[in-house]
Design a protein around this ligand. Structure first.
Ligand SMILES: C[S@@+](CC[C@H](N)C(=O)[O-])C[C@H]1O[C@@H](n2cnc3c(N)ncnc32)[C@H](O)[C@@H]1O
Length: 209
């Protein structure tokens, strides 16, 4: 079954430029004395590179070994460091409680069924310090379930959760959060901003209570 490992094997890095808000996020991190950051679902490393270059202590995990090998290669090319490992987000995170000052997760946590998403969010809460900063982005369902134009033969498997049966993301769940649902799922965080970015992803920026 195709999965993200196949996508990265066939297409390489896929994402090269950091998310549009990374520069202003760094300013927020600096204002809040953030030093240690987790990139949950770091993929091929665009944010590991950006944040490591800015001087933060950066950790990342991802389910795709291919993504991590491309990320490590990229870090080596740039002479940068980050602590990265293969790990699935629905499993207990391999870090102690309160270990991170900030967590980012760009276009990742929606790739699961809701029960697993809630486990992931519980782990995010556990590994963050009170007052820690969280940025999460998830896709917006504005054109119909899962990029309708690609004819991915999506089947709904739970409220707002679709699995494509064709196309490059065949077999990978996609959950589409409403704004209220995202805020509810992330209720351990005081929201600072909830907005849609230039790539049509809903972003939640918040601070752990
Ligand atoms: C759209 S990519 C985004 C990658 C990265 N966050 C970025 O912004 O460049 C989605 C990522 O989620 C990862 N992913 C999907 N399901 C996962 C899971 N269950 N556990 C950990 N990572 C997962 C994929 O391997 C892929 O790297």
């Amino acid at each position: 079954m195709p999965d993200w490992d196949n996508i990265f094997t066939e297409q390489g890095r896929v994402f090269n430029e950091p998310h549009q808000d990374m520069t202003r996020l760094v300013e927020l991190f600096q204002d809040r004395d953030v030093t240690r950051i987790l990139d949950l679902g770091c993929g091929t490393g665009r944010h590991l590179i950006f944040l490591s270059r800015m001087g933060f202590e950066v950790y990342g995990f991802d389910a795709s070994p291919k993504a991590l090998s491309l990320a490590q290669q990229w870090l080596d090319e740039e002479g940068l460091t980050a602590d990265i490992q293969t790990h699935r987000m629905e499993e207990p995170f391999p870090y102690g409680s309160g270990f991170f000052d900030a967590v980012i997760s760009i276009q990742v946590i929606h790739h699961n069924l809701m029960a697993d998403i809630l486990t992931t969010v519980g782990e995010v809460e556990r590994v963050m310090k009170p007052g820690g900063v969280l940025l999460v982005s998830v896709p917006v369902m504005h054109m119909g379930p899962v990029e309708k134009e690609h004819d991915w033969d999506c089947r709904e498997v739970g409220t707002g959760t679709y699995i494509p049966h064709k196309g490059p993301e065949s077999g990978i769940p996609h959950h589409y959060f409403t704004p209220a649902e995202l805020t509810r799922v992330l209720s351990a965080f005081n929201p600072l901003e909830l907005y849609i970015d230039d790539t049509d992803h809903r972003c939640f920026l918040g601070v752990k209570r």
